[in-house]
Ligand binder design. Structure first.
Ligand code: GLY
Length: 334
């Protein structure tokens, strides 16, 4: 006869006690079982042989397509991330990533980006001006230098040494928006609940290698010199190929204070699904600061390609692409 769920849990709890498992470990296991039914539908195939990408916001659909295309041309997970990021960084219409990004309060477009592979290699650049593809620069920091992060003038010098093209990132559209904002110069961070403000990307290639990336122009009209979560390894992005990867979108200050993406991956390492790990990391923010006026969303993928996403407020969505199949998914929230 099949045991009821409750009988199973009671018996398992007794065994856990006999084995000396801590209450925390047991609660986690029980929560995972109880919450399985809340996991939002994903069209997950969970096969490491099927290249998969998941990216924040609706610009993730085209980004994922570019990433999968790079994979089909022989690229690995890092190439998928880089190709996807470059597409969005070059889109002058987007007001939050690369060229066209909204400037800081002094009118300068400053970019942050990072990249990480399944073995823990990481590269990052922050407070970079005049470079169209900061994520590619971050990759070169990872691959060509002994460092993880370069900032400001040093990162720009590295870009010049590599012959990265120098461009004016401030488009007429972004300049017009900044000039309008300057009339009141309200320095409160502008965080959209329902609009993209970063692209965070996770990719799994045909050999089961996981990689992640994050690229942004940061919070619009920020103070000059402000750096958000996106280039901070562990905050805007974290990947551990043995367990999974996570990335963040929203108000970077809240993500940095809780080392959000590392937390999501750590929770997956402890056994939570990507969905429950994102939920717990969002709750960590909600339990530690007022969140009425701020949005944060997390996105995660485990080493088998299962995904999850959760945000403080409604409005966050993400693009999930497996092979030729793409879907834009509304994240759960609250
Ligand atoms: N999440 C982007 C930023 O806060 O800069």
């Amino acid at each position: 006869m099949t045991k009821s769920r409750r009988t199973f849990l009671n018996e398992a709890a007794q065994i856990a006690g006999a084995l000396g498992l801590g209450r925390f470990a047991w609660n986690r296991f029980e929560n995972q079982l109880n919450a399985e039914s809340q996991t939002p539908p994903t069209h997950s195939i969970n096969s490491v042989s099927t290249p998969t990408m998941v990216s924040t916001w609706n610009h993730g659909i085209l980004a994922n397509q570019a990433g999968l295309e790079a994979q089909s041309q022989g690229g690995n997970a890092l190439d998928m991330i880089e190709a996807a990021a470059r597409l969005v960084e070059s889109d002058a219409e987007g007001l939050s990533v690369g060229i066209g990004g909204l400037p800081d309060r002094d009118g300068h477009v400053t970019l942050d980006a990072c990249i990480m592979d399944h073995t823990g290699n990481a590269g990052s650049v922050c407070f970079v001006q005049g470079v169209e593809h900061p994520l590619s620069l971050a990759r070169r920091v990872m691959e060509d230098t002994p460092h993880v992060m370069l900032s400001g003038a040093g990162a720009e010098q590295f870009a010049r040494e590599l012959d990265f093209p120098q461009i004016n990132l401030l488009t007429p559209k972004a300049q017009k928006a900044w000039e309008k904002w300057r009339i009141e110069s309200d320095y409160a961070p502008v965080i959209n609940r329902e609009n993209h403000d970063t692209i965070g990307l996770l990719a799994l290639d045909h050999e089961g290698r996981l990689a992640g990336g994050c690229t942004t122009s940061g919070v619009a009209y920020k103070m000059h010199g402000r750096v958000g979560d996106s280039p901070i390894i562990g905050a805007g992005l974290f990947v551990d190929g043995r367990y999974g990867g996570a990335t963040a979108t929203g108000l970077g200050e809240a993500v940095m204070r809780t080392v959000g993406s590392f937390l999501v991956v750590e929770l997956m390492r402890q056994g939570l699904s990507p969905q429950l790990a994102c939920e717990e990391a969002v709750h960590r923010i909600m339990n530690s600061m007022p969140t009425e006026d701020l949005q944060v969303g997390y996105l995660a993928m485990d080493r088998d390609g299962a995904i999850g996403g959760h945000a403080i407020h409604s409005g966050f969505n993400y693009a999930h692409t497996i092979g030729d199949e793409a879907a834009l998914i509304d994240a759960t929230h609250g």
